[in-house]
Design a protein around this ligand. Sequence first.
Ligand code: FAD
Length: 451
Amino acid sequence: PPSRSSVVIVGAGVSGISAAKILAENGVENIVILEATDRIGGRIRKEVFGGVSVELGAGWIVGVGGEVPNPVWELAAKSSLRTCFSDYSNARYNIYDRSGKIFPSGLAADSYKKAVDSAIEKLRNQQETDRGGDFCRDTEPPSTPKTPIDLAIDFILHDFEMPEVQPISTFLDYGEREFLVADERGYEDLLYKMAQDFLFTSEGKILDSRLQLNKVVREIQNSRSGVTLTTEDGCVYDANYAILSVSIGVLQSDLISFRPSMPRWKMEAIEKLDVMVYTKIFLKFPYKFWPCGPEREFFIYAHERRGYYTFWQHMENAYPGSNILVVTLTNGESKRVENQSDEETLKESMEVLRDMFGPNIPNATDILVPRWWNNRFQRGSYSNYPAIVNHQVVQSIKAPVGRIFFTGEHTSERFNGYVHGGYLAGIDTSKALLEEMRKEKERNSQNQSFL
Ligand code: FAD
């Protein structure tokens, strides 16, 4: 193992890479990045499926078209990454029932409005309770959805972020448009481009000993004079500082042990965050049998069980002729399918599709089911701050503990859960660390002149 470094960065996802880049640009050359898997990218990951490149993790650049440019959109422009505008606004008018009929648009609109009103009401009540007030003495409690269409709408409203209920910083700052990445180089190309700026690469491969792949950090010792990290394969890395970019799910798990253990305020803050699981299941068909015209990219299946294969997308806009459908599951349903065989999931998907499009549609010839929840280096898809959370929790999540600094999408107060959140968090954390290094240097030189 290398001798003592200035900074060890744990994790080579977007936040780890952006943190490392800022350090390198500011003259901190002596860094090491330890990454558990055999690649950089983390939750940005493509795979070739059915002849095209699909994104198993982050798929969209979210927040485009506003006054302030989204930094990730700028990176994409620099790479000429191929993207495709996604128009969600019509999804709610393409809701199928179990007999394959589309709900009349008036009914769908009413149900949507009811769901939005009830969500706003619920949020207001929560805010009142949070302030210690009495609420709702004279009004009915918001109704809970029961019919398939109400359940389907409740699902898209809450398990996907819909700005109708609560303003979303990403949309406020960067705009409300979303673009699907549809490029054979993958979303991860942005990370390779960033890495190339400071790591040695040849023929598209990173060949730089500062990036150490297949290094699973299992223990971090934090002392007054430095940090010591031990990996699963028994390597030991000494450094002045560590930046930890692993996901909130990993922090909540016991993958990494800390000596001394993390202070209570830190643990409590980490436990407060919810981990969302978001699963895109890809299905390949011999030919397409779903409608493809304008405003048909997204469609919804209404079932008595909430979240049961509810949200569908065809990939014809991104890759014409690819004959691929994507269905998105979340949380409980995600965990359920992660724990069953792909054949089982294929069977369930086909039953749902036959409900919507009739018995004569062809079987899917291939299926891809990502497993973010059962992945011990992820333990979920992204962080979710509960609707009412005080500013202090975010501060505690990002606050350093001794010589360990924290980064990752979950440390971004405005943009957690997004690629740009991770990217900006990496920059913020490195800037804070550079400031700390400057102060330490100053303290040391004062001590020396005193002696
Ligand atoms: P990560 O990418 O998780 O990086 C952390 C790294 O740490 C990983 O590479 C991991 O392998 C490594 N690691 C973990 N444990 C250890 C260890 N013990 N030792 C060493 N290394 C370790 N965002 C969007 O903007 N748009 C989207 O459309 C979108 N959709 C998403 C869909 C899915 C299915 C998922 C999973 C995420 C989605 N996101 C989306 C969120 C986005 O992907 C993340 O916010 C972002 O990529 C997180 O980057 P990060 O650097 O914080 O974490």
